[in-house]
Design a protein around this ligand. Structure first.
Ligand SMILES: Nc1ncnc2c1ncn2[C@@H]1O[C@H](COP(=O)(O)OP(=O)(O)OP(=O)(O)O)[C@@H](O)[C@H]1O
Ligand SMILES: [Mg+2]
Length: 387
């Protein structure tokens, strides 16, 4: 995409000269020769950078700069002040008004273009850092229903599709996800949650992320029972998932089972929450109860964000789909069929079942669910940004 630069100068010769120079370097150039025009164009045309003269008859550059910084549309647009003034005090005034850089006239063309390039690339990087991936939390309505298997395989199916995803296993001390992948050194979740809050940042977490040969990456828990005694604050857990979402397009979180303190603390931050149940009357009642609890918070509740997935680990279900939905008062989002044999084989090979046999029914069901949820999460978060 061609980057747009707004050049503001009351001197028409300067405007032409700078404009030509920038155009020759491949930028799209907009011009304004008064402060008022600059303000209008900056908010209507959304330039990527503004080069601003200081001495202008209607409104000086400092004032234009201050007003740009007060307008929500332009408050983060990079600004280079460009002026014949050379006193230190003028530079200080420029920075105080909110400029990002300062150039004095006359400037060599190569200096102007190199400053422009530097500022634009800094800004692109800042924007990339500010952009965040989606968080999909998975919680079992009770233990042993298949939560971890679903979490790992949804993530693995997105890896197969070429997405940059992460798993976050929050079930300290019962690291079945890492075990099923044959991973060692898997206390990385515990290590991160143990760090001082100020150190739970994307950069520091990068070093803790473990990668499996299948391409699945994430923070894992170990099978060391002592790990489950570790206390951590909700601030640490929140900082962890916020850092992780900066490092990937989607994070799949294994939140364990039941309505834990962790799920309570993290739920508002999640883009999607999946309740994993199984097709029997007791599990369906537990699912209904958990739905009631998470739906208490309007920000997270609702069928767009909270989904019920039924895992049918054995062949037979002892409740009909219709009866289950009647009790739930909400549609079942997806069903995962029994994949016992495939799961056993994949365990031997230490790879996720969906990677071992992507075309098995178990795998296609999970891949479809993961694909739909990721695209729904993206649509929802885009919607929020616009509104
Ligand atoms: N779709 C499936 N078909 C057959 N077996 C399954 C399926 N999903 C999971 N299982 C098996 O069920 C058992 C429990 O699965 P898993 O560990 O994923 O559940 P969980 O809800 O995370 O358990 P926990 O509460 O202990 O964390 C495992 O032996 C797993 O292999
Ligand atoms: Mg589990």
């Amino acid at each position: 995409m061609t980057e747009k630069i707004l050049v503001v100068d009351d001197d028409l010769d300067s405007l032409k000269l700078i404009g030509l120079m920038l155009q020759r370097n491949g930028y799209e150039v907009l011009v304004a020769n008064t402060g008022a025009q600059a303000l209008a164009k900056a908010s209507s045309d959304h330039p990527d950078l503004i080069i601003l003269d200081v001495m202008m008859p209607d409104m000086n550059g400092y004032e234009v700069c201050r007003r740009l910084r007060m307008n929500a549309q332009t408050k983060t647009t990079p600004i280079i002040m460009f002026t014949a003034k050379t006193l230190i005090d003028d530079k200080v005034a420029g920075f105080e008004a909110g400029a990002d850089d300062y150039l004095t006239k006359p400037t060599h063309p190569s200096e102007l273009t190199s400053r422009v390039k530097a500022i634009l690339s800094r800004n692109t990087q800042r924007r990339a850092e500010a952009s965040t991936g989606n968080l999909i939390g998975i919680v079992g309505v009770k233990g042993g229903v298949g939560t971890t298997t679903l979490t790992l395989n949804m993530a693995a199916s997105r890896v197969l599709a070429g997405n940059n995803v992460l798993v976050a296993d929050f079930v300290l001390g019962s690291g079945t996800m890492a075990l099923s992948l044959g991973l060692n050194h898997t206390q990385t979740m515990s290590t991160v949650l143990n760090k001082p809050l100020s150190e739970i940042r994307p950069k520091t977490l990068e070093d803790e992320i473990v990668q499996h040969t299948s391409g699945v990456r994430g923070l894992f828990s170990s099978p060391n029972p002592r790990e489950s005694l570790q206390l951590f604050s909700s601030e640490s857990a929140l900082a962890t998932i916020r850092a992780l979402r900066h490092l990937s397009e989607t994070v799949f979180l294994d939140l364990g089972s039941g309505y834990s303190q962790l799920t309570h603390d993290l739920q508002s931050e999640l883009d999607q929450l999946i309740l994993v149940g199984e097709p029997n009357p007791i599990a369906v009642h537990l699912t209904r109860a958990l739905l009631d609890e998470v739906n208490l918070k309007p920000a997270i509740g609702g069928t767009e964000r909270v989904h019920v997935v039924m895992v049918s680990r054995s062949q037979s279900a002892n409740i009909t789909w219709a009866d289950a939905e009647k009790t739930l008062k909400q549609p079942i989002r997806a069903i995962v069929s029994s994949g016992s044999e495939l799961i056993a084989q994949a365990f031997q090979a230490k790879i996720p079942p969906v990677v071992m046999q992507p075309s098995a029914i178990f795998s296609t069901q999970i891949a479809k669910l993961a694909e739909d949820l990721v695209s729904q999460a993206s649509t929802l978060s885009r919607g929020e940004l616009v509104s």
